[in-house]
Design a protein around this ligand. Structure first.
Ligand SMILES: [Cu+2]
Length: 108
């Protein structure tokens, strides 16, 4: 009986990860002073995770146009996550590097 329990747990873990990756989590890589992808379109309720993959450069993800305060810096190997519950287009930039910009389009 025990192997069935292990198999069930294994399948649940695999299934849960697939659902999360495919439908609920989108990753934006920060590398080479760029957000990649620079423009993304996601469904409402999706989590976006910005990962700083630089060797030593810090950045941040600042939704300045939404009237928000500049957030703390993201250092290499750190990430920032945000859930988008509202439909619309949300531009952002990197605080220390104004030329680094991105936009998140949220659809129903
Ligand atoms: Cu930056």
């Amino acid at each position: 009986m025990r192997w069935k329990t292990y198999l069930m747990i294994f399948l649940l873990v695999v299934f849960a990860q697939e659902v999360r990756t495919d439908n609920k989590l989108t990753i934006v890589v920060i590398k080479g002073f760029q957000f990649s992808a620079q423009e993304i379109t996601i469904k409402r309720g999706t989590t976006v995770r910005w990962e700083n993959q630089e060797q030593r450069q810090y950045h941040n993800v600042w939704f300045e146009a939404s009237g928000e305060e500049e957030p703390d810096y993201l250092f290499p190997d750190e990430f920032y996550e945000r859930v988008f519950d509202e439909v619309g287009s949300f531009p952002y930039r990197c605080g220390p590097h104004p030329k680094m910009t991105g936009i998140v389009h949220v659809i129903e």
